[in-house]
Every structure is written in structure tokens, then in C-alpha cells.
Design a protein around this ligand. Sequence first.
Ligand SMILES: Nc1ncnc2c1ncn2[C@@H]1O[C@H](COP(=O)(O)OP(=O)(O)OP(=O)(O)O)[C@@H](O)[C@H]1O
Length: 264
Amino acid sequence: MEAAGQADTIIQVRNLRNQFGSQVIHDRLDLDVRRGEVIGIVGGSGTGKSVLLRTIVGLKRPDAGSVRVFGQDVTALEGTARQAVEQRWGVAFQDGALFSALTVAQNVQVPMREHLDLPKPLMDELAAEKIAMVGLPPSAGPKFPSELSGGMRKRAALARALALDPEIVFLDEPTAGLDPIGAADYDGLIRQLKDALGLTVFMVTHDLDSLYAICDRVAVLAERRVMVIGPISDVSAHPNAWIQEYFQGPRSRAAAGAAGRAKV
Ligand SMILES: Nc1ncnc2c1ncn2[C@@H]1O[C@H](COP(=O)(O)OP(=O)(O)OP(=O)(O)O)[C@@H](O)[C@H]1O
């Protein structure tokens, strides 16, 4: 059941604590993600962006605090209740994490096999639909991940994340390793899918161009928590030293300039 008054908040993290041994990664971290937004998670290396993503999707159990998705405390869910929630989101990891022994189409069908009981022709049809949706040619379906370029593998991973028509897509460094044109194409695809499907997109990224081009809001992880969150224009004005260096450096100014020109 969705918590009353939380209709717009699709992910709510409160007082989160994560640590590995004596290394505290998150402490009293709060985060709200709104339904339908593209949120970019940034921060210095090792600030715990990936750990935050993994905690929200249940791959890491938090040491303290709560994580509510769709109004449900996902850290407490088990069995079929957990499966039901997992069907409502898709995750694409940085390296794609595709099964190398399966074709692209079979990879896209993995979540279908796990969660649904569909006849093979229908699964083939749905896989072809997802493959087309992410801009891959039909010929990519029977190929193995090793036969694809890095950019195509990322799209295949996205197709798998979209397999069950999720409401939220989690992306870990989606444009890492892509050339600038490939990265811009991928950004365009995310924006297009978000608009067409009403997706909420949770994106860990280092890519300043992506932040400017597609993120509605940006959350900066620093000092073990979300130090600042908001539209990029607000966040980039924050006086924190890392934020200033990150957003006011030459690469950021170039990305901001490019985004400004694209909007003209
Ligand atoms: N399974 C684990 N066991 C022990 N330490 C871990 C584990 N996973 C992550 N860490 C540590 O937690 C910290 C945060 O890791 P995380 O991968 O979330 O950082 P990040 O912000 O995503 O960094 P980057 O931008 O470099 O990818 C790092 O110091 C990392 O070494």
C-alpha cells in the first residue's frame, strides 16, 4: 500500500547508515526521489554512489535507516512481496552485467522467465520490442554480448532493465566508456524513454554532459550523506569546495555551454 501523502515520492531514504567494517560510507543520509524525474547522483570517487544504488534495490542491507520504494519498506520485504516490488524496477549496471552465454534476446528474457510465465512466442515478441525500443537493430537479438560494441551492450542492458515495463530504472554510470557522440545518443534515448514511458530514472554518473542534458535534479554525495539536492543551476552554486571544483571547472563550463546551446 502506498503511504498517504507520498504520491509524488517514489523513493524515500531516511537516516541511512552503511558501513564496511570500520569504514562508514553513509551516515544519516536522506534522499527523496520524485515520480517521473531523472535524478543524477554525483560525488567524488568512493563517496558511496553505487552502494546507495545497491542499497535501494536490496543488494546491500543497510546498517541502519529505512528505504521505502513505492511507499513500501523494501529492506523488510521477503519472498513474493519482494519479487512483486522487484518487478516494478529495472537495473542496468555499469558493465552491462549481461550473461555472456546468452544472446541479447535471451538476456532480455531473463527477468520475464524469473517473474512471469509466458509462452515462448510472446517472450520473443516482447524481447524484440524492447530491443527496438533501445534503438538496437533486430539483428542484435540473436547476437551474444561479446559480438556487440560497448555502446550496444549498454543498450542491451537497458533493454533487459525495461523487460518488465518498470516504473523506475536504475542506471550505474550509463555513459562511462562511451565516446561523446555515443554518450549523447544514450542521453537522448533515456530522455525519450522517460517521456514516452513516464519512467523515473535514478542515475549514478560522472558525466557532466548527462547531468546538464537530461537530469531534472542532481544529488551530491559528500561527507557520507546527500549534501545538496536540486536543479543543477542551484546545486552548482553551492559553496562546498568539491562542488565548486566539479561544477565550476573547465569541463563543467563546457558542458553547461553545450547544454545552453542545445536548448536554443
Ligand atoms: N562489498 C564491499 N566491501 C567492502 N567495501 C566496499 C564494498 N562495496 C563498496 N565498498 C567501499 O565503499 C566505498 C564506496 O563505494 P562505491 O562503489 O559506492 O563508491 P562510488 O561513489 O560509486 O565510487 P566511484 O565513483 O569511484 O565508482 C568505497 O570505499 C568502496 O571501497
